[in-house]
Design a protein around this ligand. Structure first.
Ligand SMILES: Nc1nc2c(ncn2[C@@H]2O[C@H](COP(=O)(O)OP(=O)(O)OP(=O)(O)O)[C@@H](O)[C@H]2O)c(=O)[nH]1
Length: 586
């Protein structure tokens, strides 16, 4: 009977073609709503010996049938679980007529006169059967259906009984086109919500405000799944109505959990605790309801009214909490709450329609979810843009700071470099510097320039220290260093090798020129009045040894050793004098 499966894709393709080709010329009567002229009868019909239901044959039983506009929830149910509905079908020019039913509570059989033409769910001997989902229905009709009687045998242990929403006579292709048209928005919104859920889940993995993103991810996932599962076109994707209803209920029941997780992060103290209790309670319900339904302990359908009652309580409670503490929230958070408020209101309206509190109409719940998702996306984009701007500023500041630090570091390195070449007491260059400069100057000398090296040592300095004290000794070292430094040219390099020993490297200077300069220096030192504080320190003498390249050696690197030998000779010869290296002396 159900040709839905086999004709599915050809019909979709055909209906799409027809949608895109309005001038096709194929005429068909418009859809006709069967929302008048129905009759109902409480209870279940007995069966005749040939298996036919007696109520189908005794159609004119006096006073047994009552008229009703729409075949749903007749008055005076009093706990009854069986009802029959019937209508005489009108005539119309449909090429391929079908009866479209939005939904049935809960299982039903349809008969055209006495022939069974459609069945939703399965009936046992007592006329009962399990919940098998709430799909939309398409009942194929033969061309001669006009003026014949269409009857429904319905069983329901749910709050509603009968057909629900819309019952329409229409052409099969028009039905497919209608389903696709009605589903387009929902499918797009669902895809959008699922994408948002994916992004939020990704952010939850890498960002610090994890709970926030988990809340958004869960809420978006729940909305996306719920909308997809409730979209009529989903039946085209998978003809398993009960599976879709499990997904719809799973998403629906998880909505307060997601929003609770999100809101909880915005509050503290009492409000936070209440919000946590609410979402934990809903999470508990989610687990129990879905778990018991899957285990077959309860019908999935019976978990909906309980959840609806819970949501009717928790939704306003949550709003009361939020409204009472709006001051704690910033503009963006208020916007999210407003969007959630719209979504919540649409959910409540949808629920009211489902329970017959409002006249049947299609409530655009998905638009509520879309609004919520758009608000989240807009806020996220704004945050992203702001973060980008802050990053640029931060980057610039960092670059500036790095440049500043690098400059300071370079200065420090330079100072250290100078320090590492400087004798801290006298301010002259030290032995390390001398070792480097001698190598350089020796290399230059090798290219043909003379180079002379003088090594100087203060005479009897130990005695001087012992007589006047170490501080006075330091003072003599500093003064002697200054006098030596002032005495020589810029090009000459004066170093303190350590202790009371100095060296002077004189590039492009012959032995004779150097000796002259040294003699003048020794005179200057002899004549200088050394003082420490207010006390005069007595005379200071210097001994000096000179060696010159190429006069004394063909290896400029050997000058240190040769000058040292000459100095030794000056000391031995009575001090306070200058000696030039002589090869015969060892
Ligand atoms: N005040 C002071 N004394 C130092 C410093 N460096 C080395 N001395 C001292 O210099 C003295 C050098 O003594 P010696 O090497 O025996 O030489 P000297 O007493 O000058 O004798 P001759 O060189 O033979 O004339 C030692 O007593 C060291 O302690 C310093 O930086 N400051």
């Amino acid at each position: 009977m159900r040709r839905l499966d086999s004709l599915l894709w050809p019909c979709i393709t055909l209906s799409l073609v027809l949608l895109l080709w309005p001038a096709s010329g194929i005429a068909s009567a418009p859809a006709l709503d069967l929302d008048k002229g129905w009759e109902y009868r409480w209870g279940d019909s007995p069966q005749l010996a040939d298996g036919t239901y007696a109520w189908l044959r005794e159609s004119d039983a006096e006073g047994a049938w009552h008229s009703i506009d729409f075949p749903s929830n007749p008055p005076g149910r009093e706990g009854r679980r069986h009802a029959w509905f019937r209508i005489t079908l009108p005539s119309g020019e449909w090429r391929d007529p079908v009866l479209y039913i939005y939904s049935i509570d809960l299982i039903a059989q349809a008969f055209l006169d006495e022939a069974l033409i459609y069945q939703h769910g399965s009936f046992d001997e007592t006329g009962e059967g399990p919940f098998v989902g709430w799909p939309w229905h398409m009942i194929s009709l033969t061309e001669d259906f006009a003026d014949r009687q269409l009857s429904f045998r319905v069983y329901s242990n749910y709050t509603d009984i009968g057909l629900w929403g819309e019952v329409r006579l229409m052409d099969r292709l028009d039905l497919f086109a209608m389903i696709l048209q009605r589903s387009a928005t929902d499918l797009a919104v669902s895809a959008f919500c699922l994408l948002l859920a994916l992004l939020a889940a990704g952010f939850a993995l890498v960002q610090q405000r994890r709970r926030n993103f988990i809340g958004i991810a869960l809420f978006s996932l729940a909305s996306g799944i719920m909308i997809l599962a409730e979209t009529q076109a989903s039946q085209f994707l998978l003809s398993k109505p009960l599976a879709w209803d499990y997904m719809a209920s799973g998403g629906y029941y998880a909505l307060p959990v997601g929003i609770g997780l999100l809101l909880e992060t915005w509050f503290s103290g009492r409000h936070k605790r209440w919000i946590r209790r609410l979402w934990q309670f809903h999470l508990g319900y989610w687990l129990v309801a879905i778990g018991l339904a899957l285990a077959g302990v309860v019908n999935l359908s019976s978990t909906f009214p309980v959840f609806d009652v819970l949501l009717t309580i928790s939704l306003p409670l949550l709003f009361a909490l939020l409204i009472g503490s709006l001051k704690q929230l910033d503009g963006e958070q208020r916007l999210v709450i407003a969007a959630y408020g719209v979504f919540g209101l649409l959910l409540l309206l949808d629920m009211s329609v489902a329970h017959g509190l409002l006249a049947w109409q299609r409530i655009p719940v998905s638009l509520g979810a879309l609004l919520f998702s758009l608000v989240i996306v807009a806020i996220s984009l704004r945050h992203y843009a702001r973060t980008q701007r802050e990053l640029v500023v931060l980057n610039q500041r960092l670059e500036k700071e790095v440049a500043e630090r690098t400059r300071e570091l370079q200065e420090l390195v330079e100072r250290f470099r100078i320090f590492s070449y400087q004798d801290p007491l006298t301010g002259l260059k030290n032995r390390r510097y001398f070792n480097e400069i001698i190598t350089r100057e020796a290399a230059i000398a090798k290219r043909g320039a003379p180079l002379t090296l003088a090594m100087l040592d203060i005479d009897h300095f130990k005695l001087f220290n012992d007589l006047h004290g170490h501080e006075a000794g330091d003072c003599v070292l500093v003064t002697t260093a200054r006098l030596i430094g002032e005495h020589f040219r810029e090009a000459d390099v004066v170093c303190r090798l350590g202790g009371e020993e100095f060296v002077i490297l004189m590039p492009s200077t012959t032995e004779g020129q150097a000796r002259e300069a040294i003699e003048r220096l020794l005179d200057t030192i002899r004549q200088h009045r050394f003082e420490h504080g207010d006390s005069a320190l007595g005379p200071v003498g210097l001994s000096c040894g000179i060696a010159s390249y190429p006069a004394h050696t063909d290896d400029p690197y050997a000058l240190v050793q040769l000058a040292d030998t000459a100095l030794y000779r000056a000391k031995r010869s009575g001090r306070d004098r200058c000696e030039t290296y002589a090869p015969t002396v060892t």
